[in-house]
Design a protein around this ligand. Structure first.
Ligand code: NAP
Length: 253
């Protein structure tokens, strides 16, 4: 199912846009009229996504950038403003899974890397996106958290801590800019069928994960994109500072 919102005249940054959830969000935002500034570390895969968008009649550019570097976040916003005429929308989506180990064995360098990408990256993004959105007359941001922004998961301390941190950062930014025309929300997907999972888990583990959701399956990137696009759209004009789950009932019990 293709979701259509009206983002014509808006410029949008999507990080982690070369794969999985970010790629679908970038494609659906472009199909909804946005000029998409798609960003990722993976230059070749990013270029495939952007070429697909332009072949389908959408408008997008690729900017290779590391979400965990403040100077890259600044450069990305500059590209959006210069080439898109201003910045209106952003999805801080780039993320990594990190090592799997209990806290007592968790590698400190793996901890730092996950916090750098999944939490610091969201701060660096908003640090430069928000002033640009204010200059453009307002905007909306979605920060990609997880169900693991509100519940724990054994052997994933850094990921869980970073995703909980994203919620606090989202709420604080939302309060600070609620009267300045910038809305900030977070999305909490349960397990979603993307390379993040398929690269790291066996089919047996994927089946076990599916069984942890009351719906008996994992989700699709399109299901996460539908919620994200709604939150970015003007239809969500009174929604800010909140955490929105798309989890097949995972957190209901
Ligand atoms: P994905 O398919 O692995 O896509 C993530 C993309 O982000 C990849 O292209 C990745 O590149 C890129 N990336 C990694 N580190 C980066 C960095 N420092 N700077 C820029 N780009 C970087 O993962 P996904 O499942 O779509 O996940 C997207 C977001 O949703 C993440 O924040 C993730 O935590 C969140 N999420 C996912 C799930 C799930 O079950 N899939 C559930 C809840 C939340 P590489 O491939 O080179 O690493």
């Amino acid at each position: 199912m293709t979701i259509r919102f009206d983002f014509s005249g808006r410029t949008a940054i999507v990080t982690g846009a070369a794969s999985g959830i970010g790629a679908v969000i970038a494609e659906e935002m472009a199909a909804s009229g946005a000029f998409v500034v798609a960003s990722d570390l993976d230059e070749a895969a990013l270029s495939d996504v952007v070429n697909g968008i332009t072949a389908a009649g959408g408008r997008a550019i690729a900017v290779t950038a590391d979400a965990s570097r403040a100077e890259d976040a600044e450069r990305l916003v500059k590209a959006a403003v210069e080439q898109g005429g201003g910045l209106h929308l952003a999805v801080n989506n780039a993320g990594i899974g990190g090592p799997s180990a209990p806290v007592g064995d968790y590698p400190a360098d793996g901890w730092r890397k996950v916090i750098d990408v999944n939490l610091n990256g969201v701060f660096y993004g908003m640090r430069y996106q928000i002033p640009a959105m204010e200059a453009a007359g307002g905007g909306a941001i979605v920060n990609m958290s997880s169900i693991l922004g509100s519940v724990g998961f054994a052997n994933s301390a850094a990921y869980v801590a970073a995703k909980h941190g994203v919620l606090g950062l989202t709420k604080t930014a939302a309060m600070e800019y609620a009267q300045k025309g910038v809305r900030v929300n977070s999305v909490g997907p349960a397990f979603i069928n993307t390379p993040l999972l398929s690269k790291n888990l066996s089919q047996e583990m994927l089946d076990a994960l599916a069984g942890m959701h009351p719906m008996g399956r994992i989700g699709t990137p399109e299901e996460v994109s539908a919620l994200t696009l709604f939150l970015l759209s003007d239809r969500a004009s009174f929604i800010t500072g909140s955490y929105h789950l798309v989890d097949g009932g995972y957190t209901a019990p």
